[in-house]
Design a protein around this ligand. Structure first.
Ligand SMILES: Cc1ncc(COP(=O)(O)O)c(C=O)c1O
Length: 406
């Protein structure tokens, strides 16, 4: 039985007030709150078990190394990867996607080669590819979404040409909540020898994911959205792709031997992890992922589906609210605009005074904003600890906005 009130007790921040009102935290798409087990792991890490990893032979270094390295197995399980070495630690999705760009694409692509993107990518899955366009003459090909915000996998498949080397695509839009059928895209892309990089920053928060079943080449996740510390993340990279990569950052830990004339590298995944990592953050991410797996990703998805259905019905009852995107099977992420002159920033400021945290802006997805013909939206994004009562508070706050601004 999913008991949301029990889950809420695990998150100390949820019992605080803002402006004298109970906090209603609906900015999970930007970053999620942390359960006590993660906070405790971070405190314990720094107060009892801290030392640098890999290099020391002393007691604390061994504990820190064991705990840090154990997270690889946890991420492997969370993502359903076949091999632990296919999991690399990063500081988040942004670093993961830049690693794919510098580590895999730079040595494997040349001028005129194409990368296919959807118009609903986050800037983190756009700008690293723009670098290749600017610096190497790689061509970016954009695939549009349908009127309802869904992405037809066939549109992506049809965009593949003999020059296409990679598809870089989100698994779930951080703006519209659209879930992309990446499995169909990956199968068709592989038939044509095209590699697929999936941005799993949002999907992994809301639904079970299995990278082996998807057959993804690259799959990035970010710890702070997964109820873990900021500065933590991971990327799954299929072994065949790792063999085609060059290290992106050079430094300690990633080498085998360094002389004045030469350098040889450590074995993967360490070959792609230079320098002192975010030790305690990664350990905290491991605790967060175990916490999610204990609750069960299917259970989290089912709870959020209930929230989605309720919020969707209530929002659609407000005739001055437009919900951007209504793709079948979308996640509990709502981007809203209000009829009339109300600007997203004004809406979020008024709603904030009611204790409701939502986000206003372009959500790091300017090409999507251009496609939608808006400059900004407000976004209410739900997490495992949100309740239907909180949806009601959001609706009341939007009603107040409408009275003041409409
Ligand atoms: C879909 C998507 N991709 C990438 C990112 C970037 O993640 P991070 O800032 O954690 O690196 C985000 C974060 O908002 C996101 O929502």
């Amino acid at each position: 039985m999913y008991d949301v009130n029990e889950i809420r007790k695990d998150f100390p921040i949820l019992s605080r007030e803002v402006y004298g009102k109970p906090l209603v935290y609906l900015d999970n798409g930007a970053s999620a709150q942390k359960p006590q087990v993660v906070i405790d792991a971070v405190v314990r890490g720094y107060s009892e078990e801290y030392a640098n990893v890999h290099r020391g032979l002393h007691y604390l270094s061994n504990i820190a190394t064991d705990k840090y390295e154990a997270v690889r197995g946890i991420v492997q399980k969370f993502l359903g990867a076949e091999r632990e070495e296919e999991i690399l630690f990063t500081s988040g999705s942004t670093e993961g996607l830049n690693l794919v760009s510098y580590g895999w694409a730079v040595p494997n692509l040349k001028a005129g080669d194409e990368i296919i993107l959807s118009v609903m990518e986050h800037h983190a899955n756009i700008v690293p590819w723009h670098f290749l366009r600017e610096r190497m003459g790689v061509v970016l090909k954009w695939v549009d979404i349908a009127e309802d915000g869904s992405l037809d996998p066939q549109a992506v498949i049809d965009a593949i040409s003999p020059r296409t080397k990679m598809v870089a695509i989100t698994h779930m839009s951080n703006v519209l909540g659209t879930v992309v059928d990446v499995k169909t895209i990956i199968a068709a892309a592989h038939e044509k020898g095209v590699v697929v990089c999936v941005d799993g920053s949002q999907s992994t928060v809301h639904m079970p994911v299995n990278v082996a079943d998807l057959d993804a080449d690259f799959y990035v996740i970010t710890g702070h959205k997964l109820y873990g510390p900021s500065g933590s993340g991971a990327i799954y990279i299929k072994s065949e792709r790792q063999a085609e990569m060059r290290p992106f950052m050079g430094g300690g830990d990633m080498i085998d031997e360094v002389t004045k004339d030469n350098v040889t590298y450590n074995t993967p995944p360490h070959k792609f992890e230079a320098g002192t990592p975010a030790i305690i953050q990664i350990i905290g991410m491991g605790v967060a992922l175990e916490y999610m797996m204990d609750i069960g990703m299917e259970n989290i998805a089912a709870h959020e589906a209930t929230l989605f259905t309720y919020a969707n019905a209530r929002l659609r009852g407000l005739n001055y609210i437009n919900i951007q995107g209504n793709a079948p099977g979308k996640g509990a992420i709502f981007s809203l605009t209000m009829n009339g002159a109300a600007h997203a920033h004004d809406i979020s400021t008024i709603v904030d005074r009611k204790g409701v945290a939502i986000r206003a802006g372009n959500h790091c997805a300017q090409p999507l904003m251009q496609h939608l013909g808006v400059t900004a939206t407000v976004r209410a994004s739900f997490g495992m600890y949100n309740t239907v009562e909180e949806v009601d508070v959001l609706i009341d706050a939007l009603e107040t906005c409408h009275e003041l601004l409409g």
